[in-house]
Design a protein. Structure first.
Length: 319
């Protein structure tokens, strides 16, 4: 046994991850937007089915408890990823990147995120095993994250990091006026932006920095559901593998989910209380999964209803 699972499980899982990343790299970076949208939806559905199949496999090879913990953790991680997608959407819109450029950047981001999650989960599990008070620290972190998510989201405004990347790129273009770059320039909000090798690296680092902040919230949330390193890690990686395709599948719809961050805040608050009160109150994993699914369903429906109401109000004639 190695960190909660046989060595063969760890090797087999990483072989699967490498194969999925290779397929993504070779076949899924289509430049045609309509075709890429269909591929993204198909790949997202495939990865969701694959994660569900993995959970079913755990029922027979491990235990029903671990299967439920895996699916609950996967659901939390995927749900929180949607909020992370808003940040990527704002960043890419501000920089005016093309779809195939976004694909490359997010694929590199996924690779870095996998390494980061492995380190975070290993550190989190180790701390929880050696220091009981760390559980309270994680609970407070989750409560802070929950309150932050409950604030109205500031969509549409590029961050200082994005503005800095744009400025660096503009200086690079001025410094090398005769140089021909491999990637075509973009016109963004009146500014000339060109994706050079240097700016590509900076954007990837920006994606990694965003995921780092996101992981500080999501890893404690997952560890509130399960303390098994293999379950926590595999659920995180399955969610991250689907993050890129989910971004492209929902890129034209993300603005419709304006109320979802309130639901995510409530979920994090629920998980935080579950962790903080664990010494006195035990919440069954089935109850946790039911609560998470119910909250997500309520706020997804509420977002879509609110979006329709906004569209009707916009189309209504003004007197």
């Amino acid at each position: 046994m190695l960190a909660g699972a046989p060595l063969s499980y760890w090797i087999g899982f990483h072989v699967l991850v490498v194969a999925l990343l290779a397929i993504d790299l070779i076949f899924l970076g289509h430049k045609d937007e309509k075709k890429a949208q269909r591929i993204a939806w198909g790949w997202t559905l495939f990865l969701t089915c694959l994660a569900s199949g993995f959970a079913i496999m755990l029922v027979y090879t491990d235990s029903r408890q671990h299967a439920l913990e895996f699916f609950s953790s996967y659901l939390i991680e995927t749900s929180l990823s949607v909020d992370n997608l808003f940040v990527f959407l704002i960043m890419f819109r501000a920089l005016g990147l093309k779809r195939h450029q976004e694909h490359r950047i997010l694929l590199w981001g996924v690779g870095g995120a996998i390494i980061m999650r492995a380190l975070f989960i290993a550190a989190g599990v180790s701390l929880l095993q050696h220091f009981a008070w760390i559980e309270d620290v994680f609970g407070v972190i989750l409560l802070i994250a929950a309150f932050r998510l409950m604030k109205p989201a500031a969509h549409g405004k590029p961050s200082r990091l994005v503005q800095w990347i744009q400025g660096k790129s503009a200086k690079s273009i001025q410094a090398t006026p005769g140089e021909t770059h491999a990637m075509a320039p973009q016109s963004v909000a009146g500014h000339h932006f060109e994706l050079t090798s240097r700016s590509f690296v900076m954007i990837v680092l920006a994606v990694e920095a965003t995921d780092l902040v996101f992981a500080l919230d999501s890893i404690p949330a997952v560890l509130a559901i399960t303390r098994d390193p293999f379950i926590a890690y595999t659920s995180n990686i399955f969610a991250i593998l689907g993050l890129r395709s989910l971004f492209f599948a929902l890129s034209g719809m993300l603005d419709r989910f304006r109320l979802l961050h309130y639901g995510l805040g409530i979920i994090l608050g629920f998980v935080a209380l579950k962790m903080l009160l664990a010494r006195w109150v035990h919440v069954n994993v089935v109850i946790s999964l039911t609560v998470i699914l119910s909250i997500l369903a309520i706020f997804i429906v509420a977002s879509l209803v609110d979006d329709k109401r906004r569209h009707r109000a916009d189309r209504a004639p003004t007197s």
